[in-house]
Design a protein around this ligand. Structure first.
Ligand SMILES: NC(=O)C1=CN([C@@H]2O[C@H](COP(=O)(O)OP(=O)(O)OC[C@H]3O[C@@H](n4cnc5c(N)ncnc54)[C@H](O)[C@@H]3O)[C@@H](O)[C@H]2O)C=CC1
Ligand SMILES: C[N+](C)(C)CC(=O)CC(=O)[O-]
Length: 496
């Protein structure tokens, strides 16, 4: 699989800092050049928020974080890099000269992506010696969470460059979308600018304030767009008659016209003051970093929900997350597997903000999630991985009994361990899991868990493959002498 070995970020503001975080958290070393006197602080703060977000995003094993180096020159930063991302301010003269400087110093085969929001790549590559490896990689804020990069080639960009860029973005959890032709502002910013222009008119004409406008988006079509975009949503809106009916019904409105898309509002002082004041009233109580953290939690929640969609395969950005995690698991170092007469340590986790309920502690279904993730970890340990499942065999959970014994609070580190119970025979995998607080080993919950090994094709329980049995049997034997743990075999309502 094509992968980025070493990245260079030229420009470390809102976008360059977040690109750096995306690379670093995928285990890639980053060399950064930004002449801003506070660049290290700014990038550090973005990285801290990104690490917090990844702590919530996934329990898959992230690789060791890449090394971040601040460089004194562009030349020093790009030396040895195979992906260079330019994220300097949106000015053609500046970007062109920085890209030409990168081109002169970088390895000839290194890919050079520009974060520009709208400048055509042909304009940017005009003075380059090796323009065939230069393209636009337009990301969305926050780059460390939102997967999309629009990949746009200029007249001199080779088609292989765009394909290679797309391939290199996949393992870092990004979706590169290649546009057929270059155009100013690409696809995303064309759409965003159209709706922004309309929004400015609605405020200018006192139809609504900024908060009402945002409410209209987030309580309605914003949620639809996050999971289906425009055309799939409108196909459904056409009812059984579908897209043709939708176009026939709403097409004529385009010329009535309902919108002012071609008029540019005059952003004079009065309008700027009005928008800034309304925005202060709407969100001024919170700092930008606080708002970023709320945004990140919400985005993580949406991606988690979409990860379980479409029959568990994942949908949209949730599918990208599922693929990213699968890749992380595939590259995780295999755990040393030596059965001992001790319960198995399966995983460690942190109680995340979105796990807390109105009682101020970890909510009920997160206990189930912890035990489900731990049973997946147990299965991976005995060789039941994605390949095994894809080949048509798996374990299905058929019964669980959970006891909630103590509270888990925000930010606490928890551990899950498991004892394999003697009734396990391979076809049956009967375990008893304990969730403890890492700091003082207090038992927070237990879960007795029964799984059956199933052939998905035959739709019935069958013995596992010999390779799985060879890993499981020594574990069953090693745990046989541990006896039945306190709390196993209980029924609901028994006195503690
Ligand atoms: N902010 C956003 O929402 C998005 C911005 N972009 C694009 O990303 C690029 C950067 O934008 P932001 O990060 O928002 O701007 P920013 O102003 O936050 O950061 C720009 C950084 O470039 C640095 N810089 C200036 N001259 C430089 C030079 N010669 N060499 C290296 N660094 C230099 C500045 O010190 C600053 O830290 C722009 O092209 C913008 O259109 C793309 C997607 C979203
Ligand atoms: C406002 N903007 C043009 C810089 C926005 C983008 O380019 C993409 C985004 O993140 O919305």
């Amino acid at each position: 699989m094509a992968k980025i070995e070493k990245a260079a970020c030229i420009g470390g503001g809102v976008i360059g800092g977040a690109w750096a975080a995306r690379f670093l958290l995928a285990g890639i070393d980053v060399a950064m050049y930004d002449p801003h006197p506070e660049a290290e602080r700014i990038v550090g703060e973005v990285l801290a928020n990104a690490e917090r977000a990844y702590g919530m995003l996934t329990m898959a094993p992230l690789p060791p974080k890449g090394r971040l180096t601040f460089c004194k020159t562009v030349e020093e930063a790009v030396a040895g890099a195979d992906w260079i991302q330019e994220s300097v301010p949106e000015r053609l003269d500046l970007k062109r000269s920085v890209i030409t400087q990168i081109d002169a110093a970088a390895r000839p085969e290194a890919l050079i992506g520009s974060s520009t929001s709208g400048i055509m790549p042909s304009e940017l590559q005009r003075d380059m010696k090796h323009p065939e490896r230069m393209f636009v990689a337009h990301p969305y804020n926050p780059v460390y969470l939102l997967p999309l990069a629009e990949l746009v080639g200029g007249q001199k960009t080779s088609p292989e460059t765009l394909e290679l860029a797309r391939a290199k973005l996949a393992p870092i959890g990004m979706k590169g979308v290649i546009l057929k032709k270059e155009i100013e502002a690409f696809v995303g910013d064309r759409l965003l600018e159209a709706i922004w222009r309309e929004g400015l008119w609605l405020i200018h004409d006192d139809i609504c304030d900024t908060e009402t406008l945002d409410d209209v988006i987030r309580y309605s079509f914003g949620m639809r767009w996050a999971q289906m975009g425009m055309f799939e949503t409108y196909r459904i809106a056409g009812g059984e008659a579908g897209m043709r009916h939708f176009l026939a019904q709403f097409g004529p409105c385009l010329s009535w016209p309902w919108t002012k898309l071609t008029d540019v509002v005059d952003l004079d002082d009065a309008l700027v003051d009005k928008i800034a004041e309304q925005s202060d009233a709407q969100s001024g109580e919170r700092s930008i970093r606080e708002l970023e953290r709320i945004r990140d939690e919400n985005l993580v929640g949406i991606m988690h929900a979409l990860k379980g969609a479409d029959g568990g395969k994942g949908w949209g950005s949730g599918k990208i997350l599922a693929d990213f995690e699968q890749n992380l698991w595939a590259h995780a170092p295999r755990r040393d597997y030596r059965p001992t007469r001790e319960p198995l340590d399966l995983m460690e986790i942190k109680v995340l903000p979105s796990w807390i309920d109105y009682n101020g502690h970890m909510t009920e279904f997160r206990y189930a999630q912890c035990f489900a993730d731990a049973s997946d970890a147990l299965l991976r340990l005995i060789g039941v991985d994605r390949g095994y499942v894809t080949a048509g065999n798996s374990y299905y959970t058929v019964e669980t009994h959970t006891r909630l014994l103590d509270e888990a609070k925000l930010g606490e580190a928890l551990k899950v361990s498991a004892q394999i119970l003697p009734s396990s025979d391979g076809k049956k995998l009967h375990s008893f899991m304990s969730l403890t607080r890492a700091s003082d080993n207090v038992l927070i919950a237990t879960c007795e868990h029964l799984m059956l090994h199933v052939s998905s094709a035959e739709g019935k329980a069958v013995p596992p493959a010999p390779a799985v049995m060879a890993r499981l049997e020594p574990l069953i034997d090693a745990h046989r002498d541990l006896g039945v743990p306190e709390g196993a075999g209980r029924s609901v309502g028994q006195k503690r």
